[in-house]
Design a protein around this ligand. Structure first.
Ligand SMILES: Nc1ncnc2c1ncn2[C@@H]1O[C@H](COP(=O)(O)OP(=O)(O)OP(=O)(O)O)[C@@H](O)[C@H]1O
Ligand SMILES: [Mg+2]
Length: 288
């Protein structure tokens, strides 16, 4: 991974998704939790954003609100210049054609009763908008051969062999293969925004670098915006154009990766950085 996101900053486009005063509470009275508290953000085309914070800081709650899986207690989300409207099933479907997510647990992405070829075929159907009564139907005007070509292409993009996997169920894949299959889905769906919630937590460091590489490549190929949600401030510095640091539901630091991480203003960011002393210096292997 020689090209960091920062090298590509010049490719960042206009704002297409933003939020103002976003809040989300859970429970009430003494047991009330303010999971997301007055959050503003602006995501641009082709931008790589990291949201960093400790466990319980509200990252996943914020992601679910952006995805439209959780309602907000206050605030608004603006999508492509207009207040986001996901009030009906068909409006939600349209919105979801633009936005995809990868969650901590890859199993949650798949219907476990669908084999790999069905998982990928669903992407072709979703892409061609052929959703009827909540179920995926048909596959657009593509011939059977064209559909197979698309599925094979997506697998080879992530170094998987379609022929070896097509007849397997997701639970028969290794953790790394499952993660790659998730990226293959994204390659086929080509969303405008990908939210990746700790996407590499299940795999070893080497596969993790490969997966990150694939995501960055995908960003370059389809001008996708990526939001990484992570505890790892070093990773955030390395891959991001823009970093948001979240503490107890509040964004306490925000800026370019250099601003937020090399020149932090909040005590919280400084404390997180205290755990990773050499974030931007080359490692000196002679020391110690
Ligand atoms: N469905 C829910 N009901 C009640 N409380 C919730 C719910 N979901 C999240 N919370 C609370 O909201 C807060 C933020 O949770 P969230 O899952 O967003 O944190 P996170 O930053 O993603 O943490 P992690 O890094 O551990 O994944 C936590 O205090 C959590 O207990
Ligand atoms: Mg989380």
């Amino acid at each position: 991974m020689n090209d960091t996101a920062k090298d590509n900053r010049k490719n960042i486009g206009e704002v297409f998704l933003s939020a103002k005063g976003l809040c989300r509470d859970f429970g009430s009275g003494k047991s009330k939790t303010v999971a997301v508290n007055n959050v503003d953000f602006e995501f641009r085309r082709g931008e790589i954003i990291s949201i960093v914070g400790e466990s319980g800081s509200g990252k996943t709650t914020l992601a679910k609100m952006v995805l439209g899986l959780l309602s907000s207690s206050a605030g608004e989300i603006i999508f492509e210049g207009k207040p986001r409207d996901i009030s009906t099933q068909s409006k939600r479907r349209l919105y979801w054609q633009n936005i995809q997510a990868i969650f901590q647990d890859p199993f949650s992405t798949y219907n476990i009763f669908n084999k790999v070829d069905e998982v990928l075929m669903d992407c072709i159907r979703l892409k061609s908008g052929r959703l009827q009564s909540g179920r995926l139907q048909g596959g657009g005007n593509l011939s059977k051969e064209e559909k197979f070509e698309r599925m094979k292409d997506a697998c080879s993009f992530v170094n998987l062999k379609f022929e070896e996997l097509s007849n397997k169920y997701p639970f028969e894949l290794s953790g790394g293969q499952m993660q790659r299959l998730m990226i293959a889905r994204i390659f086929m769906l080509k969303p405008k925004l990908l939210i990746a919630d700790e996407p590499t937590s299940m795999i070893d460091a080497c596969s993790r670098a490969t997966i990150l590489d694939m995501m960055l490549k995908l960003r370059d190929e389809i001008d996708m915006t990526i939001v990484f949600i992570t505890h790892d401030i070093g990773l955030a510095y390395y891959i991001s154009d823009t970093v948001y640091i979240m503490e107890h539901g509040v964004i306490v630091e925000q800026g370019t990766a250099d601003q937020a991480i090399l020149h932090p203003t909040s005590d919280y960011t400084k404390r997180l950085l205290g755990d990773v002393p050499k974030i931007y210096e080359p490692w000196d292997f002679r020391a110690g």
